[in-house]
Design a protein around this ligand. Structure first.
Ligand SMILES: Nc1ncnc2c1ncn2[C@@H]1O[C@H](COP(=O)(O)OP(=O)(O)OP(=O)(O)O)[C@@H](O)[C@H]1O
Length: 448
């Protein structure tokens, strides 16, 4: 069944808010009473539809706050259908809202049936446009490089598509190997920075003392060994996107510097005196629990708010329905083509094992397991054993003697070659065969 569309009702009159809430059955209704809570809902849930009262606190008699919210929503999520609700003497502001990109307006007093009609029409249009966007992107594949049919993951893809065109900072939260870098690239590729650089840096992989100069660059003579001026990753990404992987591992001193950069949008190279303006979009990713790091004082709360204007939770692979076997087939096809190996299928036991395993290393682990199996498996089909996944599968049929012999030969050759560090003469001796025979076995198993 299709998922309910999300409808955000922005209304400061509590009575009207609860009245409206009940007339939108079938929608996933979210509520907000002011600008801050409305934007928090938009960032967290990316509602497709919004009804927006233009008269919001702190100055409910005036439409300026409502119009500001409208602009902010459309800058974060331009496809959102916003219906503005105004007082009956406020036609001018209603028209201005439509000029700013609102889908429609509705003049109070609210007639719930009428408003519902407008929202339903907006919803239909939204779905139509969404379907067109999907087809334009090339059918089933939700994002380049992302293979999935899981509803949770499709939601993630839609969110990426929706936030990509804005300049909001995006924080991708997910375990190792869930595809954070793939999604960060998608954010870049779908933004208007696509033609510019995508610069990635892994904050956990670089020692603290080097990370600062990697990020901010340095002038000649800034420190011993600084023999020439070097620009940092931030400057390198100018006009493009900077991907800060493992941002939870950023040392506190650099968190302060990064925060300053995000506020000022200028960098000062180490040993430099000039503030250099840099225009980048920042995407961060982490597999750490930032809330816990904030509590223990290891991550700055103010930086967290800066980098997570939009935060996206990526589900682990074992929670994605049907994806493990879908990905396994896709990887099998890809690696077989790359290795010029015949494309074997999986046994049903292998598929059960793939679907049943918890994949702690997520998509990367699955990718590695399939790559190895494509190289190593010598039976007609890839089994759970080939994948290194213990399985309760009974062999589907008695193994052919030839297969058993091949496997034994393969094991013996690999063990002997390993023991003598690849020396052919010694390995042949060890195996009690001639060198030509060993050569032909190496060819047979493509081990040369
Ligand atoms: N949904 C997907 N479809 C196809 N390939 C994927 C998908 N998700 C991830 N991959 C592949 O899995 C590998 C790991 O993905 P990626 O590097 O993006 O993960 P990550 O979350 O950034 O990992 P880490 O936290 O360890 O840096 C990559 O080779 C990527 O191409």
């Amino acid at each position: 069944m299709a998922e309910a569309l999300k409808l955000l009702i922005v209304e400061d009159d509590q009575g009207l808010q609860s009245q409206l809430r009940w007339c939108f059955e079938g929608y996933d209704v979210l509520l907000a009473a002011d600008r801050a809570s409305a934007m928090a809902q938009v960032r967290r849930h990316a509602p497709q539809l919004v009804t927006l009262d233009l008269g919001l606190p702190p100055d409910p008699a005036n439409a300026s706050e409502g119009l500001a919210v409208l602009e902010e929503i459309l800058s974060v999520a331009p496809e959102t259908k916003v219906i503005v609700v105004t007082g009956n003497d406020d036609r001018a502001n209603a028209l201005q809202a439509v000029a700013l990109g609102a889908y429609d307006f509705y003049i109070k007093p609210v007639d719930a049936d009428m408003l519902r009609l407008i929202v339903d029409r907006a919803a239909r249009l939204y779905e139509l446009e969404e379907e067109n966007r999907r087809l334009a992107r090339g059918g089933e594949s939700p994002l380049a490089g992302v293979i999935t049919t899981d509803p949770g993951m499709l939601r993630v893809c839609r969110m990426v598509e929706r936030v990509a065109p804005s300049d909001a900072t995006v924080l991708l939260l997910g375990d190792s190997g869930t595809g954070k870098e793939v999604l960060a690239r998608a954010v870049h590729d779908l933004s208007n920075r696509a033609g510019k650089r995508f610069v990635a840096i892994n904050c956990a992989a670089i020692p603290e003392n080097l990370l600062e100069s990697e990020l901010f660059g340095y002038e000649k003579g800034a420190f011993t060994g600084a023999t020439r001026q070097t620009i940092g990753k931030i400057e390198h990404a100018d006009q493009g996107t900077l991907f800060l992987d493992e941002i939870g591992d950023l040392p506190l001193s650099l968190q302060a510097k990064l925060l300053r950069f995000l506020q000022e949008r200028t960098v000062e190279r180490l040993g430099g005196r000039r503030e250099i303006p840099v225009d980048i979009r920042v995407v961060g990713a982490t597999n750490q629990d930032l809330a816990r790091l904030i509590k223990t004082g290891d991550f700055r709360e103010d930086l967290y708010y800066r980098i997570s204007e939009i935060s996206i939770d990526i589900p682990p692979l074992h929670q994605r329905k049907g994806d493990p076997s879908l990905l396994a087939h896709a990887f099998l096809e890809r690696f077989a083509r790359e290795q010029r190996k015949p494309r074997k299928g999986f046994t049903s036991g292998a598929i059960d094992a793939i679907q049943g395993y918890t994949w702690p290393g997520n998509v990367r682990e699955l990718e590695n397991v399939i790559r190895r199996a494509v190289i190593m498996a010598d039976g007609p089909r890839i089994t759970a054993e080939d994948l290194g996944l213990s399985s309760s599968e009974e062999p589907e049929k008695p193994r052919l003697l030839r297969e058993a012999r091949d496997q034994a030969e393969y094991d013996a050759v690999v063990t002997a070659m390993g023991r003598v560090n690849g020396n052919i003469a010694q390995a042949a001796d060890l195996l009690g065969i001639t060198r030509p025979t060993l050569y032909s076995l190496l060819d047979k198993f493509e081990l040369r």
